[in-house]
Design a protein around this ligand. Structure first.
Ligand SMILES: Cc1cc2nc3c(=O)[nH]c(=O)nc-3n(C[C@H](O)[C@H](O)[C@H](O)COP(=O)(O)OP(=O)(O)OC[C@H]3O[C@@H](n4cnc5c(N)ncnc54)[C@H](O)[C@@H]3O)c2cc1C
Length: 410
């Protein structure tokens, strides 16, 4: 029997880790990893952090060493786009003209920045941040320029603002919400992050959107909806991302805020799987479809999808997790808290060392540790237990978190 071919569309973190897993599990058929970008797979978190600031080598960003793919007989095709899927014929089209048959297909096409539509949005000097190539351009702008406007106080905008400030630029952040990430984390944590930026000298123009970008050919100022005019040399826009679902949707694979999968990450088309930013997977713990736009999800979901492609039992039920670094403030968050009754704190919020817990019906549904380490596992265990917690003990730094975990899981 001829060897099977497993095709992975999207050569980034989820795709590269899936290819690795296939080999580690002993799959001896063809593994073809296809990516539009000219780079071999890399991780994106350094692009707003150390790599952007010129503090780490490019090599550190790659998922694997340059020899890894050849050594593991993974056919890495960079600079190549999967332009169509023929579900009936079990084949994909590459760059519009070449056919490649598959026994299993994994979609790891990720996501792309949402574009801003304000007048002047097509002027030169307005940038988005997604790829290494974007980052290289912005590194040069950071070297040459003195003033930047950052549109969007989400994680990408906030991290970019922090790095630009650390490099000595004058930074203005503009966001229509009253506080950074307010919709996702509420006022308490949003307020903390606003204050962190203010303390580092960032001008925070909150509660106002972009009315227009202005300039003669090249962007020279941003006019906000509150009438404020921000003079700047360039602008970076971080207003969220959109999953790249076009390939799947065109083929007739079910799409609804991402490529819809079951808990084993298989899409509506048998033999076709999805993982990473693009996947909206059925989550057994939350009993709903969830799409997670974070590094750890791509890291873990890619290999899980690979195991499912090999026919193993898979039920992807990890609690969503992500991290962010801004200035000297590092944090990890776990959970999927869409609503809550209160946010309580353990530790010293003013000193920037604390754990915030989101509580619903007396149960922990989310937790963020800021400059406090080796606790996120316990946060996850508290969430998973679904048991009511004693808020006094939860907020008392002298009560070990482990003891609460054992109480709630007993
Ligand atoms: C600047 C930046 C900083 C970040 N920092 C953090 C952080 O601090 N913490 C955190 O938890 N998360 C962070 N993230 C999020 C994290 O990087 C993403 O969740 C992760 O990259 C998702 O990986 P992925 O493999 O699903 O998709 P992607 O990284 O989006 O990669 C998908 C790849 O598929 C390719 N592709 C798309 N369509 C096709 C096609 N038809 N054919 C071939 N190739 C195709 C794309 O070109 C791309 O290379 C950050 C993201 C960015 C952009």
């Amino acid at each position: 029997m001829s060897k099977q071919t497993f095709v992975i569309a999207g050569a980034s973190l989820a795709g590269a880790k899936a290819a690795q897993e296939l080999r580690e599990r002993g799959f001896d058929g063809r593994v073809v990893l296809i990516g539009t970008e000219s780079e071999r797979p890399y991780e994106r978190p350094p692009l707003t952090k150390d790599y952007l600031r010129g503090e780490s080598e490019r090599e550190k960003a790659y998922v694997h060493g340059a020899d890894f793919y050849a050594q593991h007989d993974i056919e890495l095709m960079t600079g190549t786009t999967v332009t169509a899927i023929d579900l009936g014929g079990s084949s994909v089209t590459l760059d519009g003209d070449r056919e490649l048959s598959y026994e299993r297909l994994l979609l790891t096409t990720g996501s792309e920045p949402r574009r801003i539509t304000a007048p002047g949005a097509d002027l030169d000097g307005i940038y988005y941040m997604r790829s290494l190539a974007d980052c290289d351009v912005l590194r040069r702008r950071l070297d040459d320029s003195g003033r930047v406007a950052v549109v969007g106080a989400g994680w990408i905008g906030s991290e970019f603002a922090a790095s630009a400030r650390q490099l000595g630029l004058e930074v203005t952040v503009i966001d229509p919400l009253a506080l950074p990430n307010e919709r996702i984390f509420g006022a308490e944590v949003g307020g903390f992050y606003r204050d962190v930026h203010v303390q580092h000298g960032v001008e925070m123009l909150l509660g106002q959107g972009v009315e227009a970008f202005e300039g003669d050919g090249s962007m020279a100022r941003v006019r906000t909806s509150a009438g404020k005019v921000v003079e700047c040399d360039f602008a970076v826009v971080g207003i969220g991302i959109t999953p790249r679902t076009g390939l799947a949707a065109d083929a007739g694979v079910a799409v609804d805020n991402g490529v819809v999968t079951n808990e084993r990450l298989e899409t509506s088309a048998p033999g076709v799987f999805a993982a990473g930013d693009v996947a909206s997977g059925w989550h057994p713990f939350y009993e709903q479809h969830i799409r997670v736009e974070h590094w750890a999800n791509a890291l873990n979901q890619g290999p899980a999808a690979a195991r499912a492609m090999l026919g193993e039992d898979v039920s992807f039920d990890r609690i969503p997790y992500f991290f962010s670094d801004q200035y000297d403030v590092g944090m990890e968050y776990s959970g999927y808290a869409t609503s809550w009754d209160e946010v309580v704190f353990r530790g010293d919020r003013d000193a920037g060392e604390f754990i915030a817990f989101w509580l619903s019906d007396g149960r922990v549904v989310g937790g963020m540790n800021v400059n406090v380490w080796d606790v996120n596992q316990h946060v996850q265990e508290l969430i998973r237990s679904r048991r009511p917690v004693d808020v006094g003990a939860l907020t008392d730094p002298d009560t070990p978190l482990e003891s609460l975990v054992s109480e709630t899981t007993a």
